[in-house]
Design a protein around this ligand. Structure first.
Ligand code: NCD
Ligand code: ZN
Length: 350
């Protein structure tokens, strides 16, 4: 009989969008019910660029936390061509921030303030390498002549590899990798290089977005690729290799902003991610590696201790009922639907 109960250390989410205001209040409980810590993406409008911005955003997150939820937001700053290295160092040393996010300008939602000229951030990257502050990279080029399905592979060759050669001491996380090239590059990178993988990229490929009608709720960036890439991601995530760890990239948008002529990129998955992951790891006969992926490899990369508390994942014969969407005052946000029944439940979900 297959295993029906799995106890693992409480997981963390190493790539998360919480937004602000009413949306923050509506989506935060889905994360804090399941995760002890999360790396909070800084792509608000306007973005989180200074330590002062990060400190006040952190306060707003903590104020929105439901009573009884034990959750620590790990803040990040949004790298711009005018980022101040001293401000960033002070924010890191004080424990306020855990990473700095690099968005190539125009790569994704709210990335207009991102970096266009990489020479302009040399000083900041040098400082980060010196003090051990990780650079979190949205790894896609943005030039119109590169096909959207090739943007990750081209980024690795033309942007990421040169940065890493120039700053070999810099700790880098390749965020939400989606290709076999991403897996191979991350694997070959040594201890200074890590990679997050989302839940949805382990489950959907580009056919799921496009065949039989367009599925806006499966649209995110980087966009899901061919099946061979999904398989490479599954192999990497379930291997136990310390390079790879969970970053859900749960990225809520109101349904009205996804179901329209120019729909936003982003998949909201924080509520059912652990059920989805248990399903995937069981399919891969790798339930024993789920703890490494969701709870151990991330903290090890960031130099933090794993969580002491544990969660129990229990497989029943009835499907776990998750709501199809969560409500916000401005309208619903649809939850990621893996397309099959989820039988694994987090028994002690808060
Ligand atoms: C993210 C968002 O909506 O903020 N969207 C997404 O599709 N993942 C931005 C990002 O992480 O690229
Ligand atoms: Zn993201």
């Amino acid at each position: 009989m297959s295993e029906t109960r799995l106890t693992i250390r409480r997981p963390d989410d190493w790539h998360l969008h919480l937004r602000d205001g009413e949306m923050l209040k509506s989506v935060l409980p889905s994360t804090s019910a399941n995760f002890r810590r999360a790396i909070i993406m800084p792509n608000l409008v306007p973005p989180v660029v200074t330590s002062q911005d990060a400190a006040s955003y952190r306060e707003r997150i903590l104020a929105a936390l439901p009573a009884g939820h034990d959750f620590t937001p790990l803040m990040t700053l949004y790298l711009t061509e005018t980022t101040d290295a001293d401000d960033l160092e002070q924010a890191f040393r004080s424990g306020l921030i855990a990473g700095v996010k690099l968005y190539p300008a125009g790569a994704t939602t709210n990335s207009q303030s991102g970096v266009r000229d990489f020479d302009k951030v040399t000083g900041v990257l040098e400082r980060m390498a010196e003090i051990g502050l990780p650079l979190l990279v949205h790894g896609e080029v943005t030039s119109a002549d590169v096909d959207i399905f090739d943007r990750e592979a081209v980024f690795i060759e033309t942007v990421l590899d040169p940065i890493r050669r120039k700053f070999p001491e810099l700790k880098v996380v390749m965020e939400h990798i989606t290709t076999e090239e991403g897996v191979a590059y991350a694997k070959s990178g040594g201890d200074n290089l890590g990679a997050t993988i989302t839940t949805h990229h382990l489950i959907i490929n580009r056919n799921d977005i496009l065949v039989g009608g367009i599925k806006p709720h499966f649209y995110c960036l980087p966009v899901a690729k061919r099946e061979k890439h999904r398989l490479a991601l599954r192999a990497a995530a379930t291997s136990g290799d310390a390079t790879f760890f969970l970053g859900t990239d749960s990225a809520p948008h109101l349904d009205q902003n996804k179901l329209c002529e120019c729909g936003c990129a982003g998949i909201f998955s924080s509520l059912n991610t652990m059920s989805c992951l248990a399903h995937v790891f069981e399919e891969e006969e790798a339930l024993g590696k789920l703890e490494a992926f969701a709870s151990l490899n991330g903290p090890a990369f960031y130099g933090m201790a794993p969580n002491e508390a544990t969660i129990d994942l229990v497989k029943g014969s009835e499907k776990v009922s998750y709501p199809p969407s969560i409500p916000t005052p401005d309208g619903p946000v649809t939850l990621f639907n893996p397309g099959y029944d989820l039988l694994w439940k987090v028994e002690n979900q808060l």
